[in-house]
Structure formats: structure tokens, C-alpha cells
Design a protein around this ligand. Structure first.
Ligand SMILES: Nc1ncnc2c1ncn2[C@@H]1O[C@H](COP(=O)(O)OP(=O)(O)OP(=O)(O)O)[C@@H](O)[C@H]1O
Length: 369
């Protein structure tokens, strides 16, 4: 009896010790996990810092900013807070874009979006959703972002040659405003920009999962890198397409002069809407005329209607940008080919328009075919 009691006591003791041992192991594992997680978080983020009052957390896509020891999120943010109007390189409906120089050779473009309306916050979220993981030679890379109480920041790769809109229509403001760096857009550059931008949009429509509709294709959203390669930017209106869907019902958004006619009737955003807007950009490249030019409103017409009318009258040469004419007479076949591709993109019925993948092939064939 006494022996049995002793055995029970020993068994109870062993059980208690085992439970205590297991609990201590679990506690150690939890503590180690928490330490590891904090370390990971610190590597990817900067917690509130006195320099960034009101700031929450900064996240940077792993490693993209840290190409060099000088480029830490802290340095990027400290320098961002010191940006002034003289660093401004552009502005749009939703925010202001600044050039941020970290070292002589490392610079970024920072877009500052003020907060306060759901519309503006949605713009920021859309850019993150759509551009988050995209890496393509014809799409601007988003390196990081910062969300504070009064504003959001998006940190992009800097495009030293500015926007196509700047180069075509405001040459003095082209690039970083430095006249010595101003680039003249000859026909070869325009053709390569058309093909590059088409490849970027085609990637969004056909290769990204889920597919992406940009919804604001226009010349100010086609930027030029140091090699004058076209990069599609500004994903503030972009919409992700679920695999089984062909359209997204939406409020009419985008830029007047580039909007496809069906948006006004159906309120549906489709990939073919981007194709139409790209057709307008092609006309802009060939004619050098801005679709939002006030002269069109005064004359009660639009760039698309004007060009179609003149080309149908076999007076196509009349609408070609005068700076292309003498230097590029031998390119007339290509220029006429681009007109044809543009008109296919501008078909009133979306189902008659080519896909962006087809547009890329049509443009490539003009030079290789
Ligand atoms: N990554 C960049 N590198 C160099 N310049 C840039 C960059 N991103 C934007 N810009 C410049 O800033 C301008 C404004 O860009 P933003 O995307 O804010 O507005 P937008 O597209 O012109 O107009 P909206 O947003 O109203 O449609 C661009 O036209 C371009 O000149």
C-alpha cells in the first residue's frame, strides 16, 4: 500500500516536471519567434521617428531601396521631408512629384498625395495593389511607400527624361528642366516609344495575374528612362481584373480626350478602353497635337475626329507633326502604318479593336515586316 502510494507520487512528480518542461519549451519558442518577427519587421520598416511626426510605418519592397549602404529607408525619408518646390518635377490631379537625390548617382521620384478624402486614399491603395510586385522594362518601378496621417508617399524609380507629354508639348519642361539635356523626338524615338508603351500595357493586360486595366493611358503617364525607353506609370485608377471577368463597373474616370466613347454609355472599364486611349497616344505621337488642346474645343472637334477626317480625304501629310516631315520623308510608310494601327485602336465598337498583344505585333511588323 505504502509502495503504491510512493509510485503514484513519483508518477505525479514526473508528469508535473514533463508539463513544466513542455511549457518552458513552448514559451522559449514563442519568445524566439517574437524576437525573429520583430527583427524582420525592423529590417523592412521604420517605426515612428521624431522627424516624421504623425508617421505610422514605412514599408519598402524587400531590398529594392537597399542597393547601396547610403540608401536606407531612414535616409530616404529624412531627405524626403526636406523637399521643397525647387525639387518639384511635376504635378497631377492627385499629387505632386519631386526629385529626391540621395547621392550624386542615386535619385528617386517621390509622389506626395495629400490625404483627407477617400478618393485620394483609394488612389494610393490602387497604386500599391497594382504596382506592388511588377517588374517590367516598360513599367516604372515602385520602390517603396510611406503612409502618414496627412499624406501618403510613393517612391518610384526616377525617369530622367520626364514624360512623353512634356517632350512633345512642353519641351522646355521636358526632363528635369535642364535645356542642355533636352531631347528632340525624331521619328525613330517616337516609333520606339510607341512600341515600348504598347509592350508595357500588353504586359498589364495579358501577363499580370490578376490582369490589370490601367484606365488612364495618356502621354503624361508614359515616362522616358535614360535610354528613352517608354515606361508606363501612374496606377492611381488601375483596376485588377478577376480571372473570369471581362469588365469592371466603375464611375467614369480618366482624362478627357483619351476616354473611350463607351465609358460614357456603359460605365464599364475594359482592356479595350485602354486600347482606345493608346490609339489617341499614337495620334499624338504622329501629329504632335495634344488631345486636350483648347483649339479643338474652340473648333468643336476632337483630335481623333480631326485626324480621321483629314486622312480619309487623302491629305494625311497635313496632320503629321511638321518637325517630322523633312527629316523623315523616308519613314512615311511607317508613319502611315502607325496611323492605321491608331485607327484600329480607335474603332467605336470595342469588339472591333485589337488586343494590346495584337497592337504590339502590328507595330513591330511595321519595322521588321
Ligand atoms: N517616376 C517619375 N520620374 C520622373 N518624373 C515623373 C515620375 N512620375 C511622375 N513624374 C512627372 O510628374 C508628372 C505628374 O505625374 P502624376 O502621375 O502625378 O500626374 P499626371 O499623370 O500628369 O496627372 P493625373 O494624375 O492628374 O492623371 C508626370 O507627368 C511626370 O512629368
Amino acid at each position: 500500500m505504502g509502495g503504491a502510494h510512493q509510485i503514484n507520487t513519483i508518477a505525479l512528480y514526473i508528469t508535473i516536471c514533463s508539463i513544466a518542461f513542455i511549457i518552458s519549451k513552448i514559451t522559449i519558442a514563442v519568445l524566439l519567434y517574437k524576437r525573429w518577427r520583430n527583427k524582420q519587421h525592423q529590417q523592412n520598416s521604420v517605426h515612428q521617428d521624431p522627424h516624421f511626426s504623425g508617421g505610422k510605418v514605412v514599408m519598402f519592397k524587400s531590398g529594392t531601396l537597399m542597393q547601396s549602404p547610403e540608401v536606407t529607408p531612414q535616409v530616404v525619408l529624412k531627405k524626403t521631408m526636406k523637399l521643397t518646390n525647387k525639387d518639384m518635377i511635376g504635378s497631377g490631379g492627385y499629387g505632386t512629384v519631386y526629385k529626391l537625390s540621395i547621392t550624386e548617382s542615386i535619385s528617386f521620384a517621390v509622389k506626395r498625395l495629400s490625404r483627407g478624402s477617400p478618393d485620394r486614399d483609394r488612389t494610393f491603395e490602387r497604386e500599391l495593389e497594382a504596382m506592388g510586385d511588377i517588374k517590367h522594362r516598360n513599367i516604372v518601378t515602385l520602390h517603396g511607400y510611406y503612409s502618414a496621417s496627412h499624406y501618403n508617399l510613393l517612391i518610384y524609380e526616377l525617369m530622367p527624361n520626364g514624360s512623353l507629354d512634356g517632350l512633345l508639348h512642353h519641351p522646355k519642361e521636358g526632363g528635369e528642366g535642364d535645356e542642355t539635356k533636352r531631347v528632340v523626338l525624331d521619328w525613330d524615338s517616337r516609333y520606339r516609344i510607341a512600341v515600348g508603351a504598347a509592350r508595357g500595357i500588353s504586359y498589364l493586360h495579358h501577363d499580370c495575374i490578376p490582369h490589370i486595366i490601367h484606365r488612364d493611358i495618356k502621354s503624361s503617364n508614359i515616362l522616358l528612362d535614360q535610354n528613352m525607353e517608354a515606361r508606363v506609370s501612374d496606377f492611381g485608377l488601375a483596376t485588377l481584373m478577376e480571372p473570369d471577368k471581362t469588365h469592371v463597373s466603375t464611375f467614369v474616370a480618366g482624362t478627357f480626350g483619351y476616354l473611350p466613347p463607351e465609358y460614357f454609355d456603359t460605365g464599364k472599364a475594359t482592356a479595350k478602353g485602354d486600347v482606345y486611349s493608346f490609339g489617341v497616344v499614337l495620334l499624338e505621337l504622329v501629329t504632335g497635337r495634344k488631345p486636350t488642346d483648347e483649339a479643338f474645343y474652340e473648333e468643336g472637334t476632337r483630335l481623333v475626329t480631326w485626324v480621321k477626317g483629314v486622312v480619309e480625304d487623302k491629305r494625311g501629310e497635313y496632320v503629321i507633326d511638321s518637325s517630322l516631315k523633312c527629316s523623315s520623308c523616308h519613314n512615311m510608310d511607317e508613319i502611315n502604318g502607325v496611323f492605321e494601327v491608331a485607327f484600329a485602336c480607335l474603332e467605336p465598337d470595342p469588339s472591333d479593336r485589337p488586343t494590346m498583344a495584337e497592337v504590339v505585333k502590328m507595330l513591330e511588323l511595321l519595322r521588321c515586316g
